[in-house]
Design a protein around this ligand. Structure first.
Ligand code: GLN
Length: 460
């Protein structure tokens, strides 16, 4: 299986690139099911710009004008996007070529891509295993040479976790680095678009193109350093000035022995480098999952209220509005989405909102303060990306809580808005990939990418 980087396409003609992509998609996708729809790339005309003719795939919750954006839901199965997401406009303006829409968990809710209403994506490294989720289609496409890079969305780990499961890199930036205009909202205060690729150089290049202040997303901002990051600087000085926090034990989080062994191995390697390694205990980490599921469900229930059978294409005509609503939602949403809407409605209902929603918000504020204090003493933090290696298809689908714990190490970054990068580091005894995650404080994305690129080069 050939992994493609942006550089591997440089100097090739647009026709050669199209041929490679079509060949790789027809060889791999009938088995993997990464794409909900592979586009007719023959229609693409020669691109101009920093990403001229570079093929990329798009998670199906990011709008591409005139194309279907289904969020892998029956609810939006025929919905055509009236405009393109801000980040799509940016990539197209630099000449990149869209290869298609990738499969995902419905409305980005899930960790295995098994919650898609349409099909199940398989892990390209072993088809009995899940590719992770919810951006599993994007991760599988990148890992099997069906595009150079892909966009995903990360609300609680959905870029980093599938990247780890498919043996590639996954970057979730500081909240606001990429505009969310044109990303279908799940939990607006956590959602960030992210990049999946085969190298950190590629992530940096794509991010420099996508970052900008968008007048239609007031949470977005221009990060001048990131915008100007043409090439990563390779220098030992990033180690001399950086302090990295590592953990001794994973308190309150069940971690599999393979992950623990890999983590310890990496910490050992870090200690041998000219780098200051300190022990930390990440504050409130064991509460991240319950906190995430209270707040994300609350926002999801509110965001998904728009799918009422009136405003969007899918509807079940009925005698009354009440019946229309019930039938449209009953048939349009899948099991997991309904579960989140019910949970979100419950935690915000009168009589319970103080106990759940408000309490979770207070904890979120405390978490932010505690991590800010922690990051005044360290520059980076190292954690595994996931508590277990990839699991088998069907293994966790009937146990939602076990599924939720796939994100035990990722959700807190969304809760406090910090950047994080998942790096393919190791393999388990079955040969399946293990990812490690480096995190930093808000707005330190360029330092994070530079540090990680240097680290990866050193580890080789
Ligand atoms: N797995 C988490 C969830 O189901 C995270 C999803 C995401 O980041 N979109 O909500």
């Amino acid at each position: 299986m050939k992994k493609l980087t942006i550089d591997s396409f440089r100097g090739k003609s647009v026709d050669e690139i199209k041929k490679t992509i079509k060949k790789n998609i027809s060889a791999a996708d009938p088995k993997i099911n990464a794409y909900l729809e592979a586009f007719d790339i023959d229609k693409f005309e020669q691109g101009k710009g920093l990403l001229a003719n570079i093929p990329f795939a798009v998670k199906d919750n990011i709008l591409i004008k005139g194309m279907i954006s289904s969020c892998a839901s029956r609810m939006l199965a025929d919905y055509k996007a009236p405009y393109s997401a801000f980040v799509i406009e940016k990539l197209l303006s630099e000449g990149a070529m869209i290869t298609g829409r990738t499969n995902m968990d419905e409305f980005a809710m899930g960790s295995s891509t098994e919650n898609s209403a349409f099909m199940t994506t398989k892990n390209p490294l072993n088809e009995e295993y899940v590719p992770g989720g919810s951006s599993g289609g994007s991760a599988a496409a990148v890992a099997s040479g069906m595009c150079a890079f892909a966009l995903g969305s990360d609300t609680g780990g959905s870029v980093r976790q599938p990247a780890a499961f498919c043996g590639i890199y996954g970057y979730k930036p500081t909240y606001g680095v990429f505009s969310r205009r044109g990303l279908v909202a799940y939990c607006s205060s956590f959602d960030q678009i992210g990049v999946l690729a085969n190298s950190i150089e590629d992530i940096a290049m794509v991010s420099s193109v996508m970052n900008d202040k968008d007048p239609y997303d007031l949470t977005s901002y221009l990060d001048r350093e990131l915008k100007e990051l043409g090439k990563i600087k390779y220098t030992d000085s990033v180690f001399k000035s950086g302090i990295i926090g590592v953990v001794n034990t994973f308190e309150g989080i069940p971690v599999s022995p393979e992950i623990e062994a890999s983590y310890k191995k990496l910490v050992g390697e870090l200690r041998k480098m000219n780098l200051e390694v300190v022990n930390i205990s990440p504050p409130f980490l064991e509460y991240a999952i319950p906190l995430y599921y209270v707040l994300s469900a609350a926002e999801a229930a509110s965001n998904l209220a728009r799918f009422d059978g009136v405003k969007y294409a899918f509807n079940k005509r009925s005698a009354s509005y009440q019946k229309l609503l019930m039938k449209t939602r009953g048939e349009g949403f899948g099991r997991e989405v309904k579960r989140r809407i019910m949970l979100g409605t419950f935690v915000t209902s009168s009589g319970y909102k103080d106990e759940f929603y408000k309490k979770a918000n207070r904890l979120r504020t405390n978490m932010k303060k505690s991590y800010d204090a922690l990051f005044s003493n360290i520059d980076y933090m190292l954690l595994p990306t996931t508590p277990t290696p990839p699991f088998k298809l069907g293994e966790k689908i009937d146990d939602p809580v076990a599924m939720y714990y796939s994100d035990a190490f990722t959700t807190f970054a969304n809760i406090i808005g910090i950047p994080a990068l998942s790096i393919p580091y190791d393999t388990d005894p079955k040969g399946l990939p293990i990812g490690m995650q480096v995190l930093s404080n808000v707005k330190r994305d360029v330092d994070l990418l530079t540090f990680c690129a240097n680290l990866v080069r050193k580890l080789k």
